[in-house]
Design a binder for this molecule. Structure first.
Ligand code: GLV
Ligand code: MN
Ligand code: MN
Length: 411
């Protein structure tokens, strides 16, 4: 018998409808978490999930769960999903793909009258991106008990607005407790956000884990003074020091190991006026590596370099951890479930490690977890030009469907 497949046109239509919310002129999306655009995206997902017969619940961290009942409804559910928030200049597919592929699986099961023994829940996690509120994946971190809910709700954006207040404002401060509950398995579909699958012509990646990540925030304090009257030798310019720190971070990451990465993505000067030596400079550091020992050593050397540059220049510097996460290996049973599903559908598949962080990383702490990757054009993501084809979207959702059929049938 031919394996069940999703409806490719309906999936693509849903992706394109969702992409209209927060659409940018350059063809991407700007749906920063808990903004009005994020609320509109959440509302659309909830409406579609209800139309598909799901029971929708929202927890205290604003995570949304759309539940399709199982025939053994008191058994632990299988979860799938991802996020609907985006980077400020994000694409149409990072996150939205996993949520809407999950919804498409529900719709397909409905169309064919398939009853799964275990319930299936499509999850939409709050603040995956970590762009507006740091660190990333705050909703799923709270759900698995990695970060206390109170800390998540108290996270503040650059304007001092708190995550909890924004949840309330948009009406997604849910009434369900946000805490770990029994989950049979979690499987998230996502675009690769890198070039490997495309380069190798593989439509499916069975993700074996997520590399480690350490994020820091740095503030360099100097002395605010007049650009036209302050001799060079008496200046205490935090921007000159910060610029040196940024190039040191780049150099150290390149030297650590070929697959180590170092990025400064946020950089702010105060007061930032053309004829003023700045008072202080704040910037972020994002360090990643699949090897935990290398990542740890890289973080140490970055801290040492920051301190050395500051002291050479006679400046004070404050370095704080935003998040420290070692590499996570996904459950072999989930990885092989994905491989078998791809094989049963005739899709070429390779094992792959995720460079990006994902909510599946959080879920791996409480249940067997895994991910399905599909290629994206040029490996480009966190960019408005991020793109996939309808066929690529359908292949990943077909593999998701077959994998979820296996997982929901497990006793
Ligand atoms: C999220 O996209 C991350 O990898 O930080
Ligand atoms: Mn994502
Ligand atoms: Mn992202």
């Amino acid at each position: 018998m031919e394996p069940l497949r999703i409806d490719p046109e309906r999936l693509w239509h849903s992706l394109m409808e969702m992409a209209r919310i927060g659409a940018t002129p350059a063809g991407g999306c700007n749906r920063l978490t808990l903004t009005d655009a994020d609320k509109a995206a959440r509302d659309l997902f909830v409406a579609w999930a209800r139309e598909a017969g799901c029971a929708v619940s929202v927890d205290a961290a604003g995570n949304i769960f759309a539940r399709r009942a199982g025939s053994a409804d008191d058994s632990e559910p299988v979860l799938t999903g991802s996020h609907l928030d985006t980077q400020p200049t994000g694409g149409k597919f990072d996150g939205a793909y996993g949520v809407l592929a999950g919804l498409e699986v529900v719709r397909t099961l409905n169309d064919h009258g398939v009853a799964t023994p275990r319930p299936l829940e499509v999850a939409m996690w709050t603040n995956e991106e970590g762009s507006r509120f740091q660190p990333s994946c705050l909703g799923s971190r709270a759900f698995v008990g990695d970060t206390p809910l109170a800390d998540v709700l108290a996270a503040a954006d650059t304007r001092g607005i708190m995550l909890g207040d924004e949840l309330e404002r948009i009406g997604y401060d849910g009434d369900q407790p946000c805490r770990p509950r029994p989950v049979h398995a979690y499987l998230e579909a996502h675009i690769e956000q890198g070039p490997i699958l495309e380069r190798e012509g593989k439509p499916i990646g069975a993700v074996t884990g997520v590399q480690g990540k350490q994020a820091l925030s740095v503030r360099v304090d100097g002395m605010n003074a007049h650009a036209g009257t302050t001799p060079m030798e008496v200046r205490r310019d935090p921007l000159v020091a910060a610029a040196r720190m940024v190039t040191e971070i780049d150099r150290l990451a390149r030297a650590a190991r070929p697959d180590a990465l170092g990025t400064v993505g946020m950089f702010a000067v105060e007061p930032g006026s053309i004829n003023v030596i700045n008072q202080n400079v704040a910037f972020s550091v994002d360090l990643r590596c699949p090897d935990d020992a290398t990542l740890l050593a890289l973080a140490e050397s970055v801290r040492a370099a920051i301190t050395a540059v500051a002291s050479e220049q006679g400046l004070a510097v404050h370095v704080e951890d935003i998040s420290v996460n070692g590499a996570v290996a996904f459950d072999e049973r989930i990885v092989s479930t994905v491989e078998r599903a791809a094989e049963s559908l005739g899709y070429a598949c390779r094992r792959i490690i995720s460079g990006a962080g994902h909510d599946a990383r959080s879920l791996a702490a409480i249940c067997p977890a895994g991910m399905i990757f599909i290629p994206c054009d040029g490996g480009l993501s966190h960019n408005e030009a991020e793109n996939i084809s309808p066929e690529q979207a359908a292949a990943g959702a077909d593999v998701l469907l077959q994998s979820l059929l296996s997982l929901t049938a497990q006793t």
